[in-house]
Each structure stands twice: as structure tokens, then as C-alpha cells.
Design a protein around this ligand. Sequence first.
Ligand SMILES: *Cc1c(COP(=O)(O)O)cnc(C)c1O
Length: 360
Amino acid sequence: MSLPKLYIPGPVEISKETYSAMAEPMIGHRGADFEALYASVQPALKQIAGTSNNVFLSTSSAWGVMEASIRNLVQKKVLNLCCGAFSDKWFSVAKACGKDAEKIQVEWGEAIDPAAVKAKLEEGGFDTVTLVHNETSTGVLNPLKEIAEVVKSFEGVLLVVDTVSSFSAVATPMDELGIDVLLAGVQKALALPPGLSIFGVSEAALERAATTPDRGYYFDFLEFAKADKANNTPSTPAIALIYALREKVNSIIEEGLENRYARHAKLNAMIQAWGAKHGLENIAPEGAQSKTLVTFKAGNLDVPGFVKAVRAKHNILINGGYGKIKGITFRISNMGNETEESIQELITALDDVIPEFLSA
Ligand SMILES: *Cc1c(COP(=O)(O)O)cnc(C)c1O
């Protein structure tokens, strides 16, 4: 049997157009051909990110840039906002980088409360805050605008936002919200193969980085800024993935950002409605629910059996939960190129399989 169609929250299905783009001829990365390619992705990327600065390209998965943000920006102490597997891990990573770190920890399935962020920052001593916009383990969409407002009201505190599973699917206007680093890996909301990340860096963040010791080389923000001036990257980039990125961002602009946001909201609502029909609850509370995936509470559902049967019978892959909620939750993604038709196909398959795995 062929490989399953992916409805897991990353990597997601890749379009034929993206695969074709990746097969374009190789070019040298120190020269006009690559500079033209780098420059060509900028207008669309800047528009999607909502920034007037160029967006840097890192040949790494998102964690590279997440760790880089810590190493480049934290001089005093970082506040990590923790509400699931990815945001929790950022705290451990800050510690592993030898930085002073504190966290606000909420239960998995809850969103970060902006008032709690304000209270914590009032204690003083912080110079950086990390936020995962869309916590992919729990399907919680955090109140980005409200949290950004709080962080911006504290002088000298920089805000780093992970938009790995929300970039281009939900509005994240970087400059307007005063975000200092906005980052995303490409294999989730952007529906490219893994291996590349994109990130915007504010002037304030670059100024901070300039006085931060031990930034290393590969992820030094100043190296990225210097290379960017020449439409280039510090080290050899994943050129095939940048061809794919060009195809993808152009297609996003063609679709229209508002249309794209609306499509994701609609497809996500279809999945939520499917769950409700079977009495399945969303782990994320109303008002803080992702638009790109749903994390359902398993309830009486035999998750491993269900996931396995959906694959065996319909060649479709969904995810049986992540981190410490594996098995007691399961996740379904509508990221990337999904359509009403493709989500309906998914629902038909799930409906076919679910009865034998729901016990009373
Ligand atoms: C997947 C994911 C990451 C980590 O991405 P890697 O590609 O494994 O580096 C980080 N943050 C969020 C929100 C994610 O969904």
C-alpha cells in the first residue's frame, strides 16, 4: 500500500507544485542566481509576517531558531510561557543554554493569561519572553495580541513568538504587535518538507544581540542580518527548500491572506463538528482554540486502535496524542493545502472506523 495521506500536525501533505519547485536546477549560493532567489521570496514573506524588515532563512528546524533566540537575546532572565509540549520545552532549552529562566506554567489544554504575564513581569529582572502562539500539542491558540500588549508595556523586554503551526493560517502582524522575533519552521502551517525555518527580527532585537556574548556562529542574528544585506545567508542554505518556499509564498499571496485565514477557520470547524457529533471534546477551551488542528480528549475512545484502523482501512494518518497526553488525546490537522473536499474525505473515513473503537 502506498504511504498514507497525512492529517497529522506536521509534517503535512506537500502539493505537487511544491515538489516540482524543489526539482529546479541547483545553483551556487554565492552569486547572483541565489541572491535573486532570496530576494524573490521577501515581498510575500514580509507581507505574510506583517513586517517591513526582511525575513531571514535558517537551514534548521524551528528549534534551531528557538534556541538561537535564547542565545542571542537573553542577558538577564527569560520568562517562558508554558502551556504544552513545545512551550514547556523552551524553558528547558533556556536552562540548557545556561540562561537564567523562569516560567509561567498552566495546565496542558489551558491558554496563557495575559494578566499573569503582567504580574510576573512586574516582579522585574526579565529581558525576554517566549510565547508559542499555537501550542501544537494541545491545539491551544494563545491570545497573542493581548500578551504582546502586556510585554510591550515593559521597557527593555523583548517578545519572541513561535508561529510554527499558525504562520499564514492566522494573522500574526509582527510589526503592528511589536513582536521582536517571529519564527516558524516550514513543515506545518506552510506545508513544505522539513529542514528550513523563517524568522523576522526587530531592530531592538538586533541591537540586543549585538551586546550579548557567546552567540556562537551558526545562529548568530548579526551574521544573518549581515548576509541579508547581500540577499544571502551566513552558511550554505537548503536551496531546494527555498525554491519550494518561493512557490508556496507566491501561492499564499495568490490565495489571499484573508481567504486563507477563512479557509483554515472553516476546515477546523468541520473537524470540531465531526468530534462533537461523536461526543468528543476539544481539550482547548472555547475562545482559545487553534484554527489549524484539533486536539480531542479521547474519552472512551481507544486511541491507538482507532489511529491504526484509520490507517489500515483508509490509508490516512492522524496523530495519537503528543508528549504526556499521548493516548489520552488525539490530534487532527487541517494545515496547509487542505480543502473542504479533502476534509470531508477525512471525515467520511473517520466516521466509517470510529464506531468499533468507542466503548459505552
Ligand atoms: C513542531 C513544532 C516545533 C518544533 O519544530 P521542529 O521542527 O521539531 O524543530 C516548535 N514549536 C511548535 C509550536 C511546533 O508545532
